[in-house]
Design a protein around this ligand. Structure first.
Ligand SMILES: Cc1cc2nc3c(=O)[nH]c(=O)nc-3n(C[C@H](O)[C@H](O)[C@H](O)COP(=O)(O)OP(=O)(O)OC[C@H]3O[C@@H](n4cnc5c(N)ncnc54)[C@H](O)[C@@H]3O)c2cc1C
Ligand SMILES: NC(=O)c1ccc[n+]([C@@H]2O[C@H](COP(=O)([O-])OP(=O)(O)OC[C@H]3O[C@@H](n4cnc5c(N)ncnc54)[C@H](O)[C@@H]3O)[C@@H](O)[C@H]2O)c1
Length: 451
């Protein structure tokens, strides 16, 4: 058993941990970086980036089918899952190969294994003790434990991203981001798709009217929804096929694959936080506005594992990292995150996006609420790329002209929402946006017509 001393030990190499480790190492401190899996974190290896490759494939097929007989005359193309997996790996493999080397080039000492606190100033990584003046916990999230019998027969999203073939019928458990993003791709790959959601609505964080438009389109493309469904067990037969049984429905649902899309929780259970005197709860490591743990001030936490009250998204992890890097060795803690209004995008086909207050939240405020909304599937910008669903809902204070929230569905919603995030962060009014000239013909130029 060996023991090593550092200025900073970082747990986790995702967007928040990796960034902080490099910044602090470049300032001349002795930094150790630990990960229990391949260096690079969820976003680059098992989340945002590989996911977007799959969504791009689904979007291509979708666009060609919609344009068939209009923009093109043969829509016989298809997704070859094995080829798509190989193309995805072109993006993830270089990260796996090079990330650790780039940390080492910054002078960081790298360690592999599960990190566990053994004292407030010491962790253990497979028998090696690392003691430090400061710690950053950036261990991200993991899929929530499923409480029904046979949960071990459910495939996690990281395993799904490594499959080279797909069965004829794929079931997604949960109706959130992961399920709805992948469901659209799998349907465009010609497979039968069922989304099972325990509540009455899918995509709970998005505008319900736009979600209804989106799910209508997903249904037209072969995605089936089972809402208010309570799974009681998932059985696997000898040939590998699954039977999903329900508490509130007699007949089971047979399928070839069931994917976990039922939510993620902070990845902190293995850390032995109590031995580090680190207060925490079910939403993660407790942090104050400086990203510091109140019971063990040598410990900071960022990203999905930190109880920062924010959505668990990469831009939030990046902002946490920016602040933690400034505060970790600062004599005076005075830097706090500026999240602004965090835009949320589900990369469905087409995408759905949101920033600021929902209509329900806005109605509970004292604002003079003006709701501007429309189905814009008949607008020229949308029809020009082949018919699809599209719509918007903008929430404006009619007295002050302040933009309270923006909700978009349709082609490029994932890009256009950023205009609203910028406008809202810098208090631009609806009139400011309407009076801005946007290049034409672009989806951004539609914003002037929405307002
Ligand atoms: C399928 C999927 C798609 C996503 N798509 C998007 C998207 O499009 N846009 C978006 O903004 N967000 C997306 N997210 C969320 C995004 O990936 C996370 O918000 C982001 O990665 C969080 O970064 P992080 O720094 O907190 O840690 P992570 O990226 O989660 O990295 C944490 C690291 O810590 C390591 N670790 C865990 N426990 C230990 C331990 N005990 N010891 C040592 N190391 C440990 C892990 O192996 C991992 O490498 C997606 C997530 C998933 C699962
Ligand atoms: N585009 C993006 O930004 C993006 C994409 C993927 C993931 N993510 C991040 O990852 C997190 C996890 O994604 P996710 O899709 O797993 O979760 P989610 O929180 O988006 O949705 C989970 C859904 O599963 C349902 N559910 C929970 N238990 C269930 C059960 N037993 N049976 C049926 N339904 C059940 C919930 O009611 C909810 O609708 C997201 O919250 C987000 O932070 C972000």
């Amino acid at each position: 058993m060996s023991s090593k001393q550092f200025d900073l030990v970082v747990l986790g190499t995702g967007p928040s941990g990796g960034t902080v480790a490099s910044k602090i190492a470049r300032s001349g401190k002795r930094v150790a970086l630990v990960d229990s899996r391949t260096f690079g974190g969820v976003c680059a290896l098992r989340g945002c980036n590989p996911k977007k490759v799959y969504v791009n494939a689904g979007q291509l097929v979708d666009q060609v089918h919609r344009g068939n007989g209009r923009l093109v005359s043969d829509a016989s193309l298809q997704i070859d899952w094995k080829q798509l997996h190989a193309f995805k790996t072109e993006f993830t493999q270089p990260v796996a190969d090079k990330k650790e080397q780039s940390f080492q080039d910054d002078g960081i000492k790298t360690f592999h294994g599960v990190a566990r606190f053994v004292a407030p100033d010491t962790i253990d990584v497979v028998g090696t003790k690392l003691t430090a003046e400061r710690f950053l916990i950036a261990t991200g999230g993991r899929p929530r434990e499923l409480s029904f019998a046979g949960a071990e027969n459910v495939t996690r999203s990281d395993e799904f991203l490594e499959l080279e073939t797909l069965p004829d019928h794929v079931v997604f458990i949960g109706g959130g981001y992961i399920s709805l993003e992948f469901a659209g791709v799998v349907a465009r790959a010609g497979r039968r798709v069922t989304v099972i959601e325990k509540n009455a609505r899918v995509l709970a964080g998005f505008d319900p009217d736009l979600v209804d438009q989106l799910t209508g389109s997903l249904r037209d493309n072969g995605v089936q929804f089972q809402l208010n469904a309570e799974i009681s067990r998932v059985e696997k037969s000898k040939d590998g096929r699954l039977q999903i049984h329900f508490a509130n429905q007699e007949s089971p649902l047979p399928c070839g694959l069931a994917i976990h899309g039922a939510g993620r929780v902070p990845n902190i259970d293995e850390l032995c936080l109590s031995q580090g005197e680190i207060v925490h709860g079910e939403n993660g490591v407790t942090v104050n506005s400086f990203m510091q743990n109140p019971t063990n001030p040598r410990v900071f936490a960022t990203g999905d594992c930190a109880d920062n009250g924010m959505p668990r998204l990469t831009p939030v992890a990046n902002e946490d990292a920016r602040i933690a890097a400034k505060n970790l060795f600062s004599e005076k803690l005075d830097r706090v995150p500026d999240y602004g209004h965090v835009p949320k995008v589900a990369f469905t086909i087409p995408s759905i996006a949101s920033v600021g207050l929902s209509e329900e939240e806005a109605r509970q405020t004292n604002h003079n609420l003006d709701v501007l909304s429309d189905d814009i599937s008949s607008w020229g910008s949308v029809r020009k790329i082949g018919p699809t669903v599209a719509g918007y809902k903008l929430l404006i204070d009619s007295k002050t002209d302040v933009i309270l929230g923006a909700h978009l569905l349709g082609p490029s919603a994932e890009e256009t929402i950023n205009l609203f995030a910028l406008a809202m962060k810098f208090n631009l009014t609806a009139t400011d946006m309407k009076s801005t000239l946007f290049a034409f013909p672009t989806f951004a130029s539609d914003v002037r017509s929405m307002l």
